[in-house]
Every structure is written in structure tokens, then in C-alpha cells.
Design a binder for this molecule. Structure first.
Ligand code: ARG
Length: 561
């Protein structure tokens, strides 16, 4: 069945998404009583209101805009926009556009001249890069790519957790039990061991807590020894993180972490004080908040600053530095109160742009239904999981296609693709039970399934000497399903970004792959008849859409597998 409504509303949505959602448009579409007037009709009254224009004028303009797209004929009849479809024409049109736009297919200009700032990944130094940080990293990276696909300038920030009381703990633990040579050998593991030991011993020794607090205070006051240790821990950690980002093909524009704001907090605190927002609470300084939020602690009684102090300072700095139109913080849902507090404090400072700060939360990775806790040392190391996935991909290739060129590279693409997609296809708020087995499955709804489907399409193209071209439209139902899903891909990109949901795109790529695999099993694609160039065009359109989509998700899209 042809979903005319969807095509019509998607086409309208491409032009009017700023004023009306896809659902709103779809809900308004009517079927004219007299079929001679059109297959479908869209009344322009509501849009006219939003645009403050005359409905007939809008119908006329929209008719022009839709001409030459997927719609065979569009007529403005008074305030109504009536359309006729032709399957052949529509398919030829879709194919032509996809082939022409190629790498740009799916992109749009909704974010033109706007800047989106994304704060993601942000692991804590001296701690292993755990599975817990994977979600922020891959969702953040996908959202940043989506923002770019929507025409935004992006600023990708890795807000490294390199400051806070935990460094007091670490310095104390190191001074008590640490061995420099062990740390040089395996920096993160050793530092992490110290961290875990600190928490174990702290339970029976309250003096340790006080000592750690003093160590942190020293660090904040610029004590040389403390600073030297801190810098050493930081450098070692960053080197390890870089290795992982390289493995995942992820990069950032800035690594300005919490410590970067040390010398900038004074200004933020003064601004709060000048506005009369700071109150004393048992020697500590807090900002009282509305909407049932707990007070935001700005300075402890010993003068030490907090996570919130740094986030407030960072937001103020970034607004001046980057003039962002919106900033997304891709951070677990357990920090939602924190971000509400930060946002409200900034708003109270009189910054209207506080409304442009968005916390994009996500669910946890669970182990046996429980939260994985770093403190108790219960972590799963991301790097080990990724390396395991790559190894498995290599074994798969050795079995299926032992003569493949660049085996190592492809194995990396597949292994990493499996891990990324396993995360991204889940709706972000769902918690995910950690299962290495699920992550490393290459069949079913997985990243490698997309990659294999894409590579299969590429191999069909290599088998023909003809150029793909949409000379004649396709009118069979199997191709129509593929075409329809390709057709709605650009709208899925917009939805994915505006709803901050890479899962929408991930699921849509699965849909396209399934439709294509069905098509492949039903239709003799390489049959030498007059439709061959059109069928090849369809195959090429599949490679374009899947490759573009996978790249946005952060995956590689190999042509041969
Ligand atoms: N380092 C923090 C953590 O691991 C996440 C930082 C998120 N970003 C921010 N601007 N607070 O929990």
C-alpha cells in the first residue's frame, strides 16, 4: 500500500517544520470528496495563522515548492492545497534526488547560521573509561553529527571531570599507599585501585575523609605538590582516553574540563553575590531555588567550590565564547536535579538564555538489574569490550570472506559498529542490561546487519557495468516500500535531532535495510531489461542513505565486507 499521506506530509514538513510538526500536518490532511480535485488535500488555514499570511497565498507558494518534488501535481484551490501522486513519477523523482544529493542526501538547513554546543562524554580522570560513559559518548557524538546534518555549526566539548573532592581523596590515597613505579606501568588501573581502597578504608576511618578534604583544599589553593600530582594523574588519564576515542573515531573541539574554570569561578560567584542571590547556610553559601528544587550549594563552609559552581561558570563562559543558540548536556538521568539547579541559578542571574540549556538524560547500563558502581570497583571497561567485538568481527570475516582486503580495518568498523548501534537503537531513556553477548551479536537488528546490507548493495553495483539512472520510474510494490522508507529519511533526521533521539534514525535505517533485503530476495535486480538502470538507481540510493545514516550515527560504512 502506498502511504500517500506520509509522502505528502513529509514533503510539507520539509518546508514547514519550523511552524508545524509532522503529526500536526498529517492530522490536517483530507481526502477531497471529489477525486477529480486531487488524491489528497491540505487546508492551509492553520499554517496561515502561524505564518501570518493569507491561506490562499500559502497554498500557492506551497504548490510551487512541492512541484517537482515527490508530488506529481499540486494545485492551490483557494485555501486548499490539492495533490496528485504518480508512483512511477514519484519513484523516479526520489531516486534522482537521492543520487544527485548523494553525500548531502538527508541534510537540511534548519540550523543555518546557528550554533549548537554539545557537552558529552566527559569522563573523570584517574578513573577507567567505563561502559557508563559510553552512552554519553555515542549519543552525544550522534547528536552532534545530527546537528551538523541540520546545518548547525557545532561545538563539541568534552568536559573532562578533572576537578573536585575526589582528587583530594586520590592525592591522600596516593600519599598513603601509592607507588610511583606501579602507576607509571598501569596508570589508570593503579589510580583506580587507590580510589577504591580509599572508599573501603574511609568506612572505618573518618579521619581519612577530613584529610582528603584538606588535600583538595590545598589543590584549590594552588599547593605545588598537590598540583604536580594532579597534573600527572590528568596527563596519564587523557592519554588513555585518547586511545579509546581513536578506537571509536570520536573527536572533540575542546577538552576544557572542570579545572579550566578554577580561575573563572570567582567572577561567577561575585555575580551571584551582587545580585543578592547568595545566602548563608551553616557557613556554606547557597542559592535558594523555586519549584521545589533543593538549594544549589555554591561554596562549602571551607570555601571549596562544587560541581554546580563549575557548571554555572562554564555555561557563562561558553555563552560568551561561542554565542551558542542552544547547548545540550548529554549526561545520565541521575544528574537531572543538578542540571535543573544550574539552569535556574543562571536564569536567576538574569540570563534569559538559560532556557536554551537542555539536559539530555539517558538510562543506565545495568548489571544484573543493578547500577554499576565505580566506587565499589564494579566497572566494565569499555576498551576491553570494544577490543573483544573487533576480535569477534575478525573471526567472522575469516570464516565468511577470508580473502577480503583490509581485513583489520573492516573488523574494526564492524566491531565498533556493533557496540555503537547496540546502544543507539535503544530509546535513550531506557536502561540497558549489559550483555556482552547481545552487544556482540551480528545478526538481527544490529549495526553489522546494516553494514552487511549496505555492502551487499555495493556489491550489486559493482557487478553491473551500467550506470544507475532513474530513467523510468519503478512501480512494483517491493521497490515502493524501499523508496518510501528512503523518502522519509530526511524527515527522520530532523525528528532525530529535534527530539534528541538518535534511536529514531537508527530504527529507520533498520527499516530501510529490511525493505531492501526483501526487495533483493523478490526481484531479479540485475536482469537485463529496460528497467535495469532504474533498479540500479534504487540500489545506489540504498547505499547512499544507509552510508549517510550510519556515518551520522558514528559508524563506518564499508563498501566491501
Ligand atoms: N564528569 C561527569 C561525570 O562523569 C559528567 C560531566 C557532565 N557534564 C557537565 N557539564 N556536568 O559524572
Amino acid at each position: 500500500m502506498i502511504d500517500f499521506k506520509k509522502i505528502f506530509s513529509s514533503a510539507l514538513n520539509l518546508h514547514f517544520h519550523d511552524h508545524m510538526s509532522l503529526d500536526q500536518i498529517e492530522a490536517l490532511i483530507e481526502t477531497p470528496k471529489n477525486p477529480l480535485h486531487g488524491d489528497l488535500a491540505f487546508p492551509c488555514f492553520q499554517l496561515a495563522k502561524a505564518l501570518r499570511k493569507n491561506p490562499a497565498e500559502i497554498a500557492q507558494k506551497a504548490a510551487l515548492e512541492l512541484q517537482g518534488s515527490l508530488i506529481h501535481q499540486a494545485n492551490a484551490v483557494g485555501p486548499y492545497l490539492n495533490v496528485f501522486f504518480s508512483k512511477e513519477a514519484a519513484s523516479a523523482q526520489i531516486l534522482e534526488e537521492v543520487l544527485k544529493q548523494n553525500r548531502l542526501f538527508g541534510t537540511n538547513q534548519s540550523g543555518k547560521n546557528k550554533t549548537a554546543l554539545l557537552d558529552y562524554s566527559s569522563p573523570n580522570i584517574a578513573k577507567p573509561f567505563s561502559m557508563g560513559h559510553l552512552r554519553s559518548t555515542v549519543i552525544g557524538n550522534a547528536l552532534a553529527n545530527l546537528a551538523e546534518a541540520c546545518g548547525y555549526q557545532t561545538v563539541r566539548i568534552n568536559y573532562i571531570g578533572d576537578w573536585g573532592t575526589q582528587f583530594g581523596k586520590l592525592i591522600t590515597a596516593y600519599q598513603k599507599w601509592g607507588s610511583p613505579s606501579a602507576i607509571e606501568k598501569q596508570p589508570i588501573q593503579e589510580l583506580f585501585k587507590l580510589y577504591v581502597r580509599f572508599h573501603e578504608e574511609e568506612n572505618n576511618d573518618t579521619e581519612l575523609t577530613a584529610e582528603a578534604r584538606r588535600s583538595f583544599k590545598k589543590l584549590e589553593d594552588g599547593d605545588q605538590e598537590a598540583e604536580k600530582l594532579w597534573k600527572w594523574f590528568r596527563d596519564e588519564s587523557l592519554t588513555e582516553f585518547q586511545r579509546i576515542y581513536k578506537l571509536l573515531n570520536i573527536s572533540f573541539d575542546s577538552y576544557q574540563g572542570e579545572a579550566f574554570y578554577n580561575d573563572k569561578m570567582g567572577n561567577a560567584v561575585s555575580a551571584l553575590r551582587d545580585k543578592g542571590l547568595l545566602s548563608d547556610s551553616e557557613g556554606a553559601e547557597v542559592v535558594y531555588l523555586d519549584d521545589g528544587l533543593p538549594p544549589c550549594l555554591i561554596k562549602k563552609s571551607d570555601g571549596a567550590t562544587l560541581y554546580a559552581t563549575r557548571d554555572i561558570t562554564a555555561a557563562l563562559y561558553r555563552k560568551t565564547q561561542y554565542q551558542f543558540d542552544h547547548a545540550l548536556y548529554i549526561v545520565g538521568q541521575e544528574q537531572s536535579v543538578h542540571f535543573k539547579q544550574v539552569k535556574q541559578v543562571i536564569k536567576k542571574l538574569g540570563c534569559h538564555w538559560a532556557d536554551d540549556l537542555f539536559h539530555i538524560p539517558f538510562g543506565l547500563y545495568l548489571k544484573d538489574g543493578q547500577k554499576m558502581s565505580t566506587r565499589k570497583g564494579k566497572v566494565i571497561l569499555l576498551e576491553e569490550v570494544v577490543l573483544e567485538a573487533i576480535k569477534l568481527a575478525e573471526i567472522n570475516i575469516d570464516n565468511k570472506n577470508p580473502n577480503l582486503e583490509n581485513k583489520k580495518e573492516i573488523a574494526k568498523a564492524v566491531g565498533v559498529g556493533a557496540i555503537l548501534f547496540h546502544d543507539l537503537k535503544n530509546d535513550r531513556m531506557n536502561s540497558i542490561e549489559f550483555s556482552l553477548k547481545d552487544m556482540l551479536t551480528f545478526e538481527g537488528e544490529t549495526g553489522p546487519y546494516l553494514q552487511y546490507t549496505n555492502a551487499r548493495a555495493f556489491s550489486i553495483l559493482r557487478k553491473s557495468s551500467l550506470e544507475p539512472a532513474s530513467v523510468i520510474g519503478l512501480s512494483d510494490s517491493a521497490s515502493w516500500e524501499v523508496l518510501k522508507s528512503i523518502n522519509s529519511y530526511p524527515v527522520k533526521i530532523i525528528q532525530s535531532y529535534t527530539l534528541h533521539s538518535p534511536a529514531i534514525l537508527a530504527k529507520h535505517l533498520l527499516e530501510i535495510s529490511k525493505n531492501f533485503n526483501k526487495y533483493y530476495s523478490k526481484v531479479h535486480i540485475l536482469e537485463n531489461d529496460e528497467l535495469l538502470p532504474s533498479r540500479l538507481a534504487l540500489v545506489k540510493a540504498v547505499t547512499i542513505t544507509l552510508s549517510n545514516g550510519m556515518k551520522i550515527l558514528g559508524m563506518e560504512a564499508p563498501e566491501k565486507m
